[in-house]
Design a protein around this ligand. Structure first.
Ligand SMILES: [Zn+2]
Ligand SMILES: [Zn+2]
Length: 180
């Protein structure tokens, strides 16, 4: 399994590298950062972009052994919602995560570390959706639904044993995800 992080803006280049570094220590997938992608759909600062349109504007969908997660600094939404932290399109093996609402607002001791952790969780969560995982009832699972940023901060950046089992049943996810 390969996980490709795709920065959509200069603002997320460095962050994508930090997130990839963290994810490599968490999951046994090959995590790489691709070159920044120009999207045909402009996502402008101060505006909210449709997450689905943005994903669809990113080049070609990868093959089934690869998950591509785009990272945008701009706010994203889907029809019927004010905003979303991320969104997955399993049929394209792709997802998108927005850092817009993940940036620490209050004075944080380690703002970069906190932002990296949050983005890691959202990326792994959307990657789980891409591979077919639903939301998990366990609060100790990255697939637990985050209604607020507080929920994101509470959950760990890892799949629970049930989701690990579920993932291992899916095709193309042959790697061992068991915790040490
Ligand atoms: Zn979700
Ligand atoms: Zn779970």
């Amino acid at each position: 399994m390969r996980l490709i992080l795709v920065p959509l803006d200069t603002a997320t280049d460095d962050l994508a590298r930090k997130v990839a570094g963290s994810l490599r220590r968490i999951i046994p997938w090959k995590v790489v950062v691709s070159r920044r992608q120009e999207t045909t759909h402009t996502s402008r600062p101060g505006t909210t972009s449709n997450a689905i349109t943005l994903i669809e504007s990113i080049a070609d969908a990868p093959s089934d052994d690869t998950i591509e997660v785009a990272i945008t600094p701009h706010d994203i939404t889907i029809p019927g919602r004010d905003y979303v932290f991320g969104y997955a399109l399993p049929e394209r093996n792709m997802a998108i995560v927005s850092t817009f609402r993940l940036v620490p607002l209050q004075k944080s001791r380690h703002p970069v570390r906190l932002l990296t952790q949050r983005v890691c969780k959202e990326v792994l969560h959307e990657a789980g959706h891409v591979k077919g995982l639903e939301h998990c009832t366990s609060t100790s699972c990255v697939m637990h639904y985050s209604q607020t940023l507080h929920d994101t901060d509470l959950k760990p950046c890892k799949f629970c044993p049930t989701c690990v089992t579920e993932l291992s049943r899916l095709p193309h996810v042959s790697v061992d995800l068991q915790e040490e």
